[in-house]
Every structure is written in C-alpha cells, then in structure tokens.
Ligand binder design. Sequence first.
Ligand SMILES: C[S@@+](CC[C@H](N)C(=O)[O-])C[C@H]1O[C@@H](n2cnc3c(N)ncnc32)[C@H](O)[C@@H]1O
Length: 268
Amino acid sequence: MLPSSSVHLAITSPPYNLNIPYKNHHDNLPYDEYLKWAAEVWRETKRVLVSGGRLCINIGENKRQNISYPTFSAFIQECVNLGMLYRGTIIWNKNSAIKHTAWGSWKSCSNPHVVPRHEYIIVFSKDKWKLEGDPKKTDLTPEEFIKYTRTVWEFAPETHSKVGGHPTPFPEELPYRLIKFYSYKGNTVLDMFSGSGTVGVVAKKLGRNFILIDNSLEYCELAMNRIKNEISQTRLSNLGASVGANANTGSSEKIEIIKQEDLKIKDK
Ligand SMILES: C[S@@+](CC[C@H](N)C(=O)[O-])C[C@H]1O[C@@H](n2cnc3c(N)ncnc32)[C@H](O)[C@@H]1O
C-alpha cells in the first residue's frame, strides 16, 4: 500500500468503459458499477496525495450506439463529493482524422449526432490550492506557462504502433504539459492506470520521481521496457520509483512492479 500523503501529482487515464480489449480488465461494466469502481480509485488517490497535491483525470466522451454517458461530469461530481477542490477542465482538441461516418441523419435535423474530436482533462487539488515547493524547482518557460493556462490544448493523439501495441496510450505531450504545469522538479508523480507507462517516461525525462500501477503484467513489462530505453538514452543515474520486476537495467537502478492488488482496487 502506498503511504498516505506521499504523491504530489496524479495523472491518469482510466479505462473509458468502451469495451476495449485490455489484457486484464473487463471494460464493459454496467454504467453505475463503472462509476463506483472508478470512485474507489479517486478516493484512494486522495489519500496518497500530499496536501495541495493535484489529480488530473483524462477522460473522453463515453459514446456508444448513439448513447452518450456524461462520464467526465460524473467524475467531477464524485471528486467534489470526496472533498477535492475542482481546479477546472482542460479540453484536449485532438483535431484528428476520427472517422466521420456516424452523423445520425445526413443533412437532416431529425436526429443528427455530434462526433467527438476532443477529450477532457479534469483537474483537482487536495485540501488547498497551493502546492508547497522550492520556486527554483519550477521548470516552465514563459511560453509554456502562457500556453498551458489556456483551457483548450491542441495536439495529436498517440498511435498504437508507437508504443508496443497498447490499445489506448495517450501521447507524451499530455503528461509533459501536466507535469510541468502542476509539479516541481523532484516531486513524485503517480499514474494509477499506467498502461504503456507514458507518465513514467515523461516524468523521467522531466526529473520527477514516478509510481506506475497497472493490473496487466504485459503492460507493466511494456512500460518497463520504455523506461529502460529512456534511461539508457539519458544515462541519468537516479531513478525515483519505477515499474518492472526487479529488472536489470544495466545500471544500479532498481525497477519494481507495483501490482494493482496492493492498492485494493478491485475489478468487478
Ligand atoms: C486508458 S489505459 C491507460 C493508458 C496509458 N495512459 C498509456 O499512455 O499507455 C487504462 C489502463 O488501465 C489498466 N487497468 C484496468 N483495470 C485496472 C485496475 N483495476 N488496476 C490497475 N490498472 C487497471 C488497463 O490495463 C490499461 O492499461
């Protein structure tokens, strides 16, 4: 179990309950069960955050067979109910070539459907707005600060082939912006649904410690390999926390898996 008040920033993208074939997760729960399952994770994340620590949840529109579930708004309400301070929502404009075949009723107002080209990043603080830290350990450039304070962020989604076949990786740009905007160098960043380990790769690049959790050993190994690759590229010496089973990284850095069971987050 992770110690209470030990994490400065949690960044995650949970399963969206869209029937994605993950290796060890049934992504097709009845909607109310899905929300309850996710709420357990937000509750536990609040416990491990330091006072002033931040939680960023990336979630898309949950749209299936023309039924939309307001998941991002349900997550906001749940986190507020837990006593988290709502910092706001960032709209990630993916501006991508998402298939455009399901308008509902072509050129008719009888039943047209909007087609999502965006996702949300909802952001919270625990207890207080301010995160204590050494101002010298902020690494935002003025340009980045101006860009990141805007509520619409534009960058392309990740392609699966780039990250070893994981079905739903997000691009490095997403945690890059959040880590720089919401944490100091040397802080600890957590991803509770780490998949291919994108948060760890970027945290490593940016000089943050990181903790990654996934319930699929295959994805943990994928994440471990990405991070080992990052380490061998940068040749940096101190790894804070990590993924993978005590693997030999070719250096003295220790890598270990944190299994999902340790956090008592249970699949239904
Ligand atoms: C949307 S993906 C995250 C992708 C990640 N952001 C990346 O860039 O690769 C969600 C992840 O949650 C994992 N997962 C599902 N149920 C879980 C659970 N109970 N505990 C931990 N991880 C779980 C899945 O294996 C999947 O890798």
